[in-house]
Unconditional design. Structure first.
Length: 280
């Protein structure tokens, strides 16, 4: 497997506004995300707890799935396990000024950790770098699924997937409950929350509810540790990371300013974002 990521970031950015060739590949099949995020990165329980412990609880977002059968909350039938809605927790994608694929800069939803100036990941190689990102697109190659690299090639030409040989150890393991799929044990607590998630106006408390359940989830079953839940819930409410503050600022600028990637120096790096090395 070899990928050419320079100037791409196709798996970190919602590039659907740039091309009709971007398929909504996450919203096909039996379980369809209720949110509109493109390429959400599902985090494991360990990764979620590390982000929360490091003060980044303010950039974690939940994903619920619509299904034919399951628990119904706020009029939505949710994919469920043992009577509880199943969900992922991933990374927030605020609007940022980015110019992937040689395109002029535009306001596109992009991962909180993507550096708009270099289109590189600010947490690459650190202990916070998600396994999903580190191994991408190995699992797709091993399973014969189309990769984001190939979708980008189809839409913008260029050579992104240089070697599509699956890695020897693609990391495809059975995913036990509590690893990256979590179950909310009390759907009645989600009245109103689900509707806000669908409408893209979830509150901090809404997000904290899911992140806390995920952090307190015992691997392999649907039990949630109460102490972990309460500690995490409070930590998410208190979190004020550079990434969360920058997300708020990007939201204000996206409504008022031209998309200029260099603005990231004031919006992100002045708040403490680590720089990226560039491609030289
Ligand atoms: S879509 Fe492929 S080539 Fe582009 S940044 Fe992601 S892994 Fe790299
Ligand atoms: S964590 Fe890094 S590699 Fe993963 S989606 Fe975000 S910017 Fe991209």
């Amino acid at each position: 497997m070899e990928v050419n990521c320079e100037g791409c970031a196709g798996c970190c950015v919602d590039w659907r506004p740039l091309s009709e060739a971007a398929p909504d590949h996450e919203r096909q099949g039996r379980y369809r995300p209720l949110d509109d995020t493109y390429n959400l990165v599902p985090l494991t329980g360990d990764e979620i707890r590390r982000f929360v412990d490091d003060g980044f609880g303010d950039v974690l977002v939940p994903r619920l799935f619509a299904a034919e059968t399951g628990v119904t909350v706020d009029g939505h039938t949710l994919a469920s396990v043992a009577g509880g809605p199943a969900f992922y927790v991933g990374l927030h994608k605020p609007s940022k000024p980015v110019g992937p694929f040689g395109h002029d800069p535009a306001w596109l939803d992009a991962c909180v950790f993507l550096d708009p100036t270099t289109l590189q990941c600010r947490i690459h190689g650190t202990d916070r770098y998600p396994e999903t990102c580190a191994s991408y697109p190995g699992e797709n190659l091993a399973l014969g699924f189309e990769t984001e690299c190939e979708r980008v090639e189809r839409a913008f030409d260029g050579d992104r997937l240089r070697d599509g040989t699956p890695p020897k150890e693609p990391g495809i393991d059975p995913v036990p409950l509590g690893s990256s799929v979590f179950v909310h044990p009390a759907p009645h607590r989600l009245d109103g929350v689900v509707e806000r998630l669908v409408e893209g106006r979830a509150t901090t408390a809404d997000r904290a509810e899911f992140v806390a359940v995920a952090a307190g989830h015992h691997p392999g079953d649907v039990e949630v540790d109460t102490d972990h839940y309460e500690e995490t819930y409070a930590a998410v409410l208190d979190a004020e990371s550079w990434a969360g503050q920058a997300s708020d600022e990007w939201g204000r600028l996206a409504d008022a300013a031209d998309p200029e990637p260099a603005t990231a120096r004031e919006v992100e790096e002045a708040r403490g974002a680590p720089p990226t090395p560039g491609w030289d």
